[in-house]
Write a protein that binds this ligand. Sequence first.
Ligand code: ADP
Length: 464
Amino acid sequence: MNRIDIKLGLTILLLLITIILPLGFVMNQIFYGFYVSQAQEETHMLSSQYANLINDSTVENRLEVVEVAAKISNQKMIALSDEGEVWAQSNFVMSHHDTEYLLDLIHSANSHHYMTNSFEDSDGKTYIATASHINVNNAKGHVIVFSSLESIILSIKNVQNFLKLSAIGALFLGIGLTYFISKKLSQPLVSMEKAARQISKGNYNTRIVQKSGDELGTLARAINDLAFSLQRINDQRREFFANISHELRTPMTYLKGYSKVLREGRWKTEEERNQYLEIIDHEATRLTYLVNDLFDLAQMDEGRFNLEHKKVNINEIIKLVVKKTAYKALEQNLKIEYLGELSDKDDSIVLGDPLRLEQVLINLVENAIKYTKEGSITISTVSIDENIKIKVRDTGIGMEEDELPYIFERFYRVEKSRSRAFGGTGLGLSIVKQLIELQNGTIEVESTVGEGTEFTIILPKISD
Ligand code: ADP
């Protein structure tokens, strides 16, 4: 019972049956009503015609005329006095008991005409009977015309048989149709289930071919998208681990190599020894940065990255960043300045994490210093409508246009050797972008080779 085609089939069949049965019943009732009312009309017409003839005083031997007419037309008729005396009859003989019973019915109806839906005589035969009032030589009575229900019942039976046959036909047709529809509906579901199982086993290149535009098509496309996303995540994960191993291996090699040289006392001058120690220190710092960056990224990926959401004065943060990075800029003879200060009170307040915003700006400014040989680094701010725009601009080596879409990706470096020489991890900008987005902001970059680079951060402002 767990197969969808069986469930679907049974549901359709049940539906068909619930339609066919009441429909058959209603049709049966309609036909029965139609035949009976037709017979009633006929008998009523005849009984009133006979009554008119009998009551018409100019017609001689009125009762006999009516009796002959009824016999000729093979009509069941009886003319009775109210006391039960039979005046005339044609094709119909009633027992005394039946006569009394019928007269009782007629009298209690108390109307000029009387009509029964069915009258059953003592032989068990059913009739429709219509009585009309007559007057014979001042004696009151009724002329009653009967119509046998047997022929009607026969006609109804024929109709019923026809209905039964149609119902069976419809049922068979329904079964065929059900089989076809349920197969057609369940087949894509079965293939989707197979595909989902393949995907769950790690075969991410599994795809479902389902071109229909209905819900099944949408579901198939959703499964295909899921497989595609999983494939991409898997590729990224593989690439990510390969990158991490590579990034860890390089400083480790340096650390191991130079500490061995020192341990074995393989240095000649004090200056040489200091140089080795400096390399060890540099690589250890790089490792620390790398591990910290990886830790931040892992937390962001898991959605467990705790960010403060408090009022932050961007002006103050920028001033602090300038102060902290000034010595690095000075080391390279670069000028670093902050232009276009916002008014401290109204325009420079955003909702965010001050330490993380500082980290973002230090990262951008340090990159600017790293990749600029001469000139200056400029930070500027401007308030536009609901936002604050912060620009970090340098006059450095710049980047090719086609590199720009990738620089926010993890471990992406424009020139592998160039960045390594500058001591970067390739994770800085991806962390910057995620931190900005976590604080409801955006970051963009523009750059020209040989002229410089400009990063623009947009953060939503809050004003009290
Ligand atoms: P890294 O730690 O290697 O600097 P980032 O993620 O911070 O990694 O930057 C990615 C790449 O973008 C860098 O390798 C560098 O080539 C390029 N880049 C970043 N900032 C600048 C800049 N201001 N000028 C030129 N190139 C830059």
